[in-house]
Design a protein around this ligand. Structure first.
Ligand code: BDR
Ligand code: CA
Length: 310
């Protein structure tokens, strides 16, 4: 059983990632840490608990983390996720409490309490909490089994600016610190997530499960897809964050290569760009496994199978 911490800014696709993780008996979720991103922290920390309760997992510990990026004002994405960040289904206000203490302390303490390599960080939002933890306790870099992140884009370009993907753009300084940290990284960029379209038939397969969770999942996905579907003219929209969990459960669905990734933090035009040395034209350190391709049908089969368990 793989121990994970989910660091997240829910977000409909974050919610689906959490549900996928909760449904697996091969993952033990040590905690969920909320960060500001798609919507402010006051909402992401509520949304994270709404998703736990939807899955019947009131035993999961949820912590609130950073409310602002490292060195700039927060940019949010209500245009994509709606006013609450989790628009779509009508989920009740959570009754489970937020844990006392800061998410960053929880991350540090948890990593230090486990042998090196045992805990994987799954990051689904801006990397602010992780960078804060690394800055406060640099010794955790050797403890992190792996950081599996949704973020960036290279051949596919950006989704918040022509050059940058949202999670990296919101806090490029944090992303730069994470890529420089020497912790093993798997990066799930837009190049992958744009292949994972929420097509009619895939949503119907989830709908046919006929459970309260599957109903909420379809409502989340239908709200989420309307923004990108209109933009890209595809059948359904991309699904981002669940690819992180899917990679842990079934890495053979994905392919990529080990290479160097650097983050642009200074240029106004390309701020937050993930500069991926895919063709190995530099001798810079290979600091990430960059995923480029996915078996999208296999991914949706895995997701649907797991949702059926909740
Ligand atoms: C990422 O940004 C957020 O809007 C999504 O939840 C996902 O993590 C995609 O760029
Ligand atoms: Ca997210």
């Amino acid at each position: 059983v793989q121990k994970i911490i989910i660091d997240t800014d829910p977000g409909q696709d974050d919610a689906l990632a959490m549900l996928l993780a909760f449904a697996s008996d091969r993952l033990e979720v040590l905690g969920v840490t909320a960060v500001a991103g798609n919507v402010p922290l006051a909402l992401t920390s509520v949304n994270a608990r709404k998703v736990c309760e939807l899955a019947g997992r009131t035993d999961i510990r949820v912590f609130a983390g950073a409310s602002e990026p490292t060195d700039r004002p927060l940019v949010t994405a209500e245009n994509v996720h709606g006013k609450t960040g989790l628009d779509g289904p009508d989920l009740p206000e959570p009754t489970m409490p937020l844990q006392p203490g800061h998410a960053v302390d929880f991350i540090i303490e948890t990593l230090l309490a486990h042998p090196p390599g045992e805990v994987t960080l799954c990051t689904l939002g801006p990397l602010t909490n992780i960078a804060m933890a690394l800055q406060r306790a640099p010794e955790i870099a050797d403890r992190i089994g792996r950081i599996v992140m949704m973020g960036g884009g290279f051949f596919e370009g950006g989704n918040i600016t022509p050059a940058a993907e949202f999670n990296i753009y919101v806090d490029p300084m944090a992303a730069a610190a994470v890529f420089a940290s020497r912790a093993p990284i798997t990066m799930m960029p837009l190049d992958v997530t744009h292949q994972c379209l929420t097509t009619r038939s895939r949503l119907q397969a989830i709908h046919r499960l006929g459970t309260p969770v599957s109903k909420a999942a379809v409502e989340l996905l239908e709200f989420f897809e309307r923004y990108d579907e209109a933009k890209y003219g595809t059948d359904g929209g991309p699904l981002h964050d669940p690819t992180v969990i899917a990679w842990l459960l079934k890495p053979e669905l994905f392919s990529g290569r080990q290479c160097n990734v650097e983050i642009e933090t200074a240029s106004p035009l390309t701020e937050g760009m993930t500069v991926v040395d895919w063709w190995q034209v530099t001798d810079r350190r290979h600091n990430a496994l960059v995923i480029r391709d996915v078996d999208a049908d296999g991914f949706y089969a895995l997701l649907t199978e797991h949702l059926a368990r909740l």
